[in-house]
Design a protein. Sequence first.
Length: 325
Amino acid sequence: MSIVVRSISAYIPPLRITNEELAMRMDTTDEWIRSHTGIGARHIAPDGLQTSDMAVEAAKSALDKANIGPQELDYIIVATATPDYLGFPATACIVQDKIGAYGVAAFDVTAGCTGFIYALNIASSMLEASHGRNALVIGAEGLSRFVNWEDRSTAVLFGDGAGAAVLSRIDESARGCLSFILGAEGGGAKDLFLVQPERTKAFERQEPIVPFIYMDGKKVYDFAVKSITVLIQRLLHKAAYKLEDFAWIVPHQANARIVQAAAKRLSIPLDKFYVNIEEYANTSSASIPIALTEMSEKGLLKTNDLIMLVGFGAGLTYGAAVIRW
Ligand code: ACO
């Protein structure tokens, strides 16, 4: 018995904003953004298109590819840092209703940009423990809602989108989700968080309270490089795999320089990593399933390929997974 990724799909909002377009609105340049991050563009959800709407598009397409109906699901888990509603209800419940998966258990996971890996681990463990059949695991983000457009050091980094995977229990044992590492360093919570504007000031000015992203870029950068490096070393040690066994390492797409630095520290050829940040920027918990979808569509993921997912994000959290595709 094993839990396999049966299908993978993504939704990217059509509105594409290039670095040059951003540079017309704020004090930045295409050259700075590319050289410091590897980002060339980002896709932005229009007003009214919620995180759940993007999640639903990705989910419907993943269910079609898996050739199963919503009623065949046991769990719906949405990893998101940008839910439709802050606090409650869970975005997964809205998705459950919109795809017609009536009665199916649905909840969100908050683990910053590591959310998709956390959700994969939770879903595969739950399917295993409950002898369930299928789970829908979604990473979906509408980060542009929380970008502070007056802060060029964060505004250029983020984009919107969603990716969804159908996980299924099968009898074969050699494939599927083989190994996970999850962790967190809560002492870094204040290095990357949603600032809540002061309530009294908002009341005095009669303005809505809109949270926005704050990040200590240097601290998060150092944490990210350390996380990727240590996670790869620990996975290789824990699972007794050799680097050559892996067809791909799929990192969270936050900054191409983070991947380059980790690759250099571990002497891993850069082309072992799949990087698509140039087109989408950082889509937080959606970035890994979007990358997997693109890889699948390009024919880069073959049955039985061994792949490693590595992520890090707000919390600060980190996580990795080994999957035999
Ligand atoms: N355009 C032009 N100049 C800029 C911009 C911009 N968009 N942003 C910052 N600068 C300037 C700064 O003002 C500074 O100028 P100064 O030297 O005159 O003060 C200069 O560029 C250098 O700024 P730094 O912050 O030192 O730039 P750095 O090389 O560290 O790059 C960056 C900043 C890209 C944010 C980097 O720190 C980083 O990648 N951090 C990690 C980001 C990340 O991965 N975040 C997400 C992880 S978790 C998640 O995904 C939610």
